[in-house]
Design a protein around this ligand. Structure first.
Ligand code: 5GP
Ligand code: ZN
Length: 115
């Protein structure tokens, strides 16, 4: 755990949050500033700074993040309408919180390409 990391604090329960999913390796919770009717963040409990700093040792948890995203999308009822999963990495990727996370966005049509 990185004690200065907001997502580590959420994952550990130091900052209260409502989890949409919780297991040994992964938690999911709503984004503070939602960009769609459904905007969920899925994160590893482990403090991994970004996709760029993930290693082969993180292969299983990386897969788990996407499986959990699909499970939550199903529960939210957006599987048929569709949704987007996004990992922003580094400055050009628009990453603002440096603890790896997958965004799940759904509930409205999403434009492509992104800005
Ligand atoms: P990034 O820009 O790094 O891809 O995404 C970070 C996301 O975290 C943003 O969508 C932002 O709204 C969200 N966020 C930042 N701080 C908090 C927080 O304290 N709680 C929650 N739930 N979301 C946060
Ligand atoms: Zn962290």
């Amino acid at each position: 755990m990185d004690t200065s990391c907001i997502f580590c604090k959420i994952a550990s329960g130091a900052i209260p949050a409502t989890f949409l999913h919780e297991d040994d390796a992964v938690v999911a919770f709503g984004d503070l500033n939602p960009q769609a009717p459904h905007h969920v963040l899925i994160i590893p409990r482990e403090h991994v700074v970004s996709l760029a700093s993930a290693t082969d040792g993180h292969t299983e948890v990386l897969g788990r993040l996407l499986r959990v995203a699909a499970e939550i999308a199903e529960r939210l009822g957006v599987t048929d309408s569709g949704y987007r999963t996004v990992i922003n990495t580094g400055p050009d990727g628009g990453q603002s919180v440096f603890h790896l996370h997958v965004h799940l966005l759904g509930g409205r049509p999403l434009a492509w390409p992104p800005g």
